[in-house]
Design a protein around this ligand. Structure first.
Ligand code: ZN
Ligand code: ZN
Length: 511
């Protein structure tokens, strides 16, 4: 039986279709300005419903356009493409470094690869070309760049899971899109510009299926082309990839991974919050535009934000004392006035600093406040003594003891090393994880073994008494690894490698 697809009439008809959605949304041509093109698409997607989109599509075709085996053909076509993409994704993930490399890339590079994927998918053979973007609200640059790029990795993981979980064409779940699956379309009867219709839900069933198939085809094309763009840069050691490849080739895998993970928790710019109600524009939504105090802006070039006039009024009794005279905001979490704005709430270092901040009832002071948190397990008596001494003298990073009973204060000057040391020390003292002691021990051994009254054995003996008999074994294992690498200790390498990704940590010293 001949069908619309097999005898090519459908394909021919599609060729004759004018751009529908890109025209409706008045999208800038991709070759003219790709960033503008993307920005306009993201705004259009955010302001549409699936019903709007489907309605536009059905202006040009209805279910009578398709026969049952057309749908079958489209499904098979989608599935075979998904098999190909799943195979590629699987090998990328199994190879092991792909996600780390991606996360270590800076945001400009990440954006470029996503745009390459979107551009490629827009010219790929689907029914609607770039208009398919309107069917894929999750495929946006802003989604994929979230959390330092983790958004993209999470998406690829979901795609791979979905593709591998079925032998049938896989439809990526999306509640926004699914709302259009069985529309009791209130607009249907009023759509006078649409030629005679049959029953409401019936008349969009096949069109919805075809649109869903194309939505998924667009997604698979995007995945293929964006990952290809990344792999191409890796193989060719392109300019934007060099720094990351250098880190990958010169550090232990676990260091590169911990850097990549650290990056997923850093903000790339401060948040804007209303200085009165503390809400962000995202909290309020609907494209709200915040206002700034104009006096502070003109006189001090300083921005104090408000979500509304009423919030500005409410805050006036507080703000008026400094307004126009001093650069004062409340320094709300994540805003420019918060010295830890780059760290979101999931970052353990920032949380430790913040916790000590509230405990002491004063503003952000220094790294010395990165103290020893309460223990979540049970410490040995020796570790308990160490914790008490550290709490009592916050300037000290660790107390070492000579056999004759003298106490030696171990104090780190480098702010970055101090931070990493104290984060690891915190993990050891809280006993929330099995790691931390290696890095702490290795670093102290290197710096303090030659100190009068101390030796490698003396320090190791103390650490074993505090943190368990297998402590020496753990430290030696780490030392072997770092020796093979022929570079400094774990903490030193972490600092060095992180500075090529995050810049140096000197700002920590200003805290
Ligand atoms: Zn407000
Ligand atoms: Zn002001």
């Amino acid at each position: 039986m001949a069908s619309a697809i097999e005898d090519h009439t459908a394909v021919e008809k599609f060729k004759g279709l004018p751009p529908i959605l890109s025209k409706k949304f008045n999208i800038t041509a991709i070759e003219q300005d790709v960033l503008k093109w993307n920005k306009e698409w993201e705004a259009a997607i955010a302001s549409s419903t699936a019903a709007d989109v489907l309605k536009e599509i059905t202006h040009f075709l209805d279910d009578s356009f398709f026969k049952a085996n057309d749908i079958e053909f489209l499904h098979e076509n989608l599935r075979s493409f998904q098999d190909k993409v799943a195979g590629i994704l699987r090998s990328l993930f199994d190879e092991g470094h792909f996600d780390t490399i991606w996360l270590l890339l800076d945001a400009t590079e990440q954006r470029r690869h996503i745009l390459e994927g979107l551009k490629g998918a827009s010219v790929a053979p689907t029914f609607w070309g770039q208009d398919c973007r309107a069917l894929c609200p999750e495929v946006t640059v802003s989604n994929f760049l979230s959390q330092g790029g983790k958004g993209f990795i999470d998406f690829l993981t979901l795609v791979l899971e979905t593709f591998e979980s079925s032998v049938k064409p896989a439809f990526l779940p999306n509640s926004w899109w699914e709302q259009a699956s069985n529309l009791p379309n209130p607009w249907w009867g009023q759509a006078s510009d649409v030629s005679p219709r049959k029953e409401t839900s019936q008349s969009t069933k096949l069109v919805f299926d075809v649109a869903t198939t194309n939505r998924n085809l667009f997604i698979a094309q995007f995945v293929l082309r964006s990952t290809f763009s990344i792999v191409h840069d890796i193989t060719n050691r392109s300019e934007g990839m060099k720094k990351v490849l250098h880190v990958m080739e010169n550090t232990e895998g676990y260091i590169a991974r911990s850097l990549a993970m650290a990056k997923t928790t850093l903000r790339d710019k401060p948040l804007i919050r209303c200085d009165n109600c503390t809400k962000t524009p995202e909290d309020i939504g609907q494209g709200v535009r915040f206002m700034v105090c104009s006096v502070c802006k003109t006189k001090l070039n300083f921005e104090v934000h408000y979500c509304s006039q009423s919030c500005q009024k409410q805050d006036w009794s507080l703000h008026k004392r400094a307004c126009g005279k001093k650069r004062v905001s409340k320094g709300l979490r994540g805003t420019k006035g918060d010295s830890l704005w780059a760290f979101d709430d999931s970052n353990p270092a920032a949380e430790m600093i913040r916790n000590s901040e509230t405990k002491n009832g004063r503003g952000m002071t220094s790294l010395r406040d990165l103290g020893v948190n309460p223990c979540k397990g049970k410490r040995s008596p020796a570790a308990e003594r160490q914790a008490e001494m550290l709490e009592a003298d916050r300037d000290v990073d660790y107390f070492l003891f000579t056999p004759s009973g003298d106490t030696i204060r171990f104090v780190i000057d480098n702010p970055g090393a101090k931070m990493i040391f104290r984060i690891n020390r915190g993990m050891v003292m809280m006993q929330t994880s099995d790691t931390g002691i290696e890095a702490v021990g290795e670093y102290m051994l290197k710096i303090m073994s030659g100190c009068p009254g101390l030796s490698r054995d003396i320090i190791l003996k103390q650490l074993c008494a505090e943190h368990g008999a297998d402590t020496t074994k753990k430290i030696v294992r780490l030392e072997q690894k770092t020796r093979e690498r022929g570079k400094g200790t774990f903490i030193e390498s972490w600092l060095k490698d992180s500075s090529s990704i995050f810049g140096d940590w000197a700002w920590l010293g200003l805290l």
